[in-house]
Design a protein around this ligand. Structure first.
Ligand code: URA
Length: 189
């Protein structure tokens, strides 16, 4: 699959590759700078995202925005997408078969964006993009090099809503992410 942005968006809009198309309101493709050097990847749309078609706009998304602002990252400068483009009913974990069906879309987005840094938001994205047995509690904030990308994972914003104690670690991880990302901009000619 080698597609343009327009072809890929149209493909996702019309996608029936797994059963989630039956229950979705909207396909949640992704937002941001299509040439971003920093890509955030979440898990799957929730109820608010399913209605709006935009990732991370609900309660978890608003908390995520606060962390972006805290480290001086503008949402418009980065790209934000999810492992799944359609909402799993009742926000259950994505099934492996759904992740498999949808992954080709994220792969194409990554090919088009060509980010330098990829940040997994939560364990589902980390297990898909870093390692199947990734342990978010132990490993969040550590970086791995995969091909042309440097990848890390941080706590999922929903986990930070449930457990306020994790927010300090999130701020520390986001501070490193912002620093790495800003130093990339200085490398450009
Ligand atoms: N949680 C996610 O993982 N992604 C969203 O877009 C919203 C909530």
């Amino acid at each position: 699959m080698t597609m343009t942005w327009e072809e890929l968006k149209a493909r996702c809009e019309a996608c029936e590759d797994c059963a989630l198309y039956r229950t979705r309101q909207r396909n949640v493709f992704g937002v941001g700078n299509e040439k971003a050097t920093l890509l955030f990847v979440g898990e799957a749309p929730g109820a608010d995202e399913d209605l709006s078609g935009i990732p991370f706009v609900g309660k978890a998304g608003q908390l995520f925005d606060q962390f972006l602002s805290a480290v001086d990252i503008d949402r418009d400068q980065v790209y934000i997408a999810n492992i799944l483009k359609c909402r799993p009913p009742r926000n259950r974990d994505p099934e492996p078969s759904e992740q498999e069906a949808c992954f080709a879309h994220l792969r194409e987005q990554i090919r088009l964006i060509k980010p330098k840094l990829i940040v997994c938001l939560g364990r589902i994205a980390a297990m898909r993009l870093i390692r199947e047995d990734y342990r978010i509690t132990k490993e969040h904030g550590s970086w791995v090099k995969k091909g042309e990308f440097e990848i890390t994972a941080v706590y999922h914003p929903s986990a930070l809503l449930r457990d306020v104690e994790k927010r300090e670690a999130m701020l520390a991880d986001m501070t490193v992410i912002a620093k790495k990302w800003k130093s990339l901009a200085q490398e450009l000619p």
